[in-house]
Design a protein. Sequence first.
Length: 408
Amino acid sequence: MNSTPAVSLAALKTPYYLLDEAAIVANMQIIARLCELSGAKALLALKCFATWGVFDVMEPYLHGTTSSSLNEVRLGYETFGNNNADNNNNVNNQNKKETHAYSVAYSADEIDEVLSYADKIIFNSISQLNAFKGQAAAKNIPVGLRLNPKTSNSSFIIADPARPFSRLGEHDKDKIAAILGDITGVMIHNNCENDSFEAFSASLADIEARFGDVLAQLEWVSLGGGIHFIAPDYPLEKLADRLKGFSEKYGVQVYLEPGEASIHGAGSLVTTVLDTMHNEKNLAVVDASIEAHMLDLLIYRESAPIASINGEFMAIAPVNKDQVDDAVDNTIIYGRSCLAGDIFGEYVLPSNLQIGDKIAFGNAAGYTMVKKNWFNGVNMPAIVIRRLDGSIDIQREFDYQDYKASLS
């Protein structure tokens, strides 16, 4: 009998993303508990996390996927649960996973393919709705519209869907009321890393006050993602009661679209120190790049937490940027790209880093793996999965041919 040789993390070449299925399942159990208490359904937001090698452990806890493009809706259809290209005989199975389609704008040449994968389609604007509602109706696909309440819980203007002059959804109640006969539901996504139940509840109350009579004429409402209800001190039962009350008041099925909440704390980027220097502070260069491999942190001007050094759990938070100027003993960890600001963060470490040290940066799953790129031709991290039984799978490795194929 042939057996697959055991893989040791210590022997793996860096850089690589490491996904921990046990940590993912821990998040899934919280999501499932929320759904059980509230009656809501939860869809994985593929825009945040689309590494389908771990979908098998997520499927039992979620009701499906939601997307932001043709490629994402196809990926959800083909890889998540019973609704896939190889299992079409299960379309009437009560456990079939849903595949929701949304995009800021669909093109005419892709809409038919989108509809071939979708169980629901949500249009961003009334003009897109009017352009494609006939094709959706012909295929008996329920139609929704994105609603923009013009208020949000977001600390970042770049991620604020209610920012001035936003293109994300419709806000004019009279215009929305005029097309209610064409839709069965709405999607409202106006939270970003919101860990306050009180802020969420107040925002939902504002939406109810302004759009309550619209909501009462619908069959379903998606409240999007960005609700950080997996935090240890989050009042999950209060959130469940709020969602259940909302659902019962308006007679709608509530959907949630957890992205980061699904995989928070479940992924790390493992790197090796290639060089050390000193320029008024300790400097280290690792074999990965924040611009290429953790781009979201660069966009939001945040730093990466350190999960471990040489395999030893550390949980080292980056130093507050307002308190680092005079700290000469701190260590700045740089990526290896030519970007001057390719910086993972500045840290207070128990000892100076040495060439060859292994550093794992935490929170490297959500909005990181979906944004990875080939800037500078820096080696693309492999995708490695620690399975529930503790075994290690190398899900995918990348090489020069992948880099070359990404260009032309």
